[in-house]
Design a protein around this ligand. Sequence first.
Ligand code: GTQ
Ligand code: FE2
Length: 341
Amino acid sequence: MSASSTASDTPDSVRKAWAEAHVSPLWEALEAHSTEVSRDRAFIWKWSTMRPLIEDALNLKDMRAIQRRVLTLNNPNLRTPTGMGATPTLTAALQILKPGEVAMPHRHSPSALRFVLEGEGAVTIVDGKECEMDEGDLITTPGWTWHEHVHHGKRPIIWLDSLDVPLHRYLGTDGFQPGPRPNKLPPTFDDNLFSVSGMVPEGLEANPNFSPLFRYPWTQAVKALEAAPLTKDGVRRVRYTNPLTGGPVMSLIDCYLIELADGETLPMRTSASMVCAVVEGTGTSTLGGDTVSWEPKDVFTIPTGAWAKHKANGKARIFVVSDRDVLRRLDLLEEEYGGTA
Ligand code: GTQ
Ligand code: FE2
């Protein structure tokens, strides 16, 4: 039974009745019967292309009104219903702040992170807690925390933003509230409370949905990475965690730092999707049917279910944002090593 013969013997009057009743015939929805699931494809935003675009954005004068110098990275190869983002669940953007500029306080249900690609001397204030932003630092602004950015540095600062907006959009849970921030804010916790590994204070009234740290300095991340063993696929990998739970830094966003040694990694694939920012080194990655060549500050995606294999020229370090823990909690996380990329 072909779709066209089915279609042709359906009287127009019947089609009209379907449309009016807001129903549709599943037997004509070909995808429902197809075993060939179409997949998202990888995409790379090259720093060499982005940097001049950032320079243009830096030169715009009417930005004061908008208060947000952000270039959103739209993956043209997504087939998700929201049609937005870098992966089905995550957005990526490049945010730029000039010395002396501020991004006004606000909050929203989506969680966000910032990973500093270039520059230093900015501060993100999260529920009143000041978090310094230097190159390689990860700063988190969990869902509904008040946040604003201030730049005290001497040159422009550029960071990668990634938010779980597409997931919120899909679930219908996206919400936004402009500042000013109220005087009474939820409690925040000094980083010193978590400075001894393996020990945390008892009795903190912290929101368990996100890490109370908000800032993960680059030097600390590298220290952890250097101590980490090689994993199954030949990659050194550390996870940014919530010290109070051992879970991801935020409910819906799970971050990693990986180090590739010279040569090829074992192919691996996962039902998680990822946004990767190259910190150090150069190389190529085979991601499903696509091969991308990367350099520092390039941002690329690894699509859901794609076999991924990396080849670094010498040592390379890559910051990874993923929805891995969302999939795990939904019993949808599937990971496999050693296939053919
Ligand atoms: O810096 O608060 O890229 O609210 C998108 C939405 C950044 C931010 C983005 C945001 C922000
Ligand atoms: Fe925001």
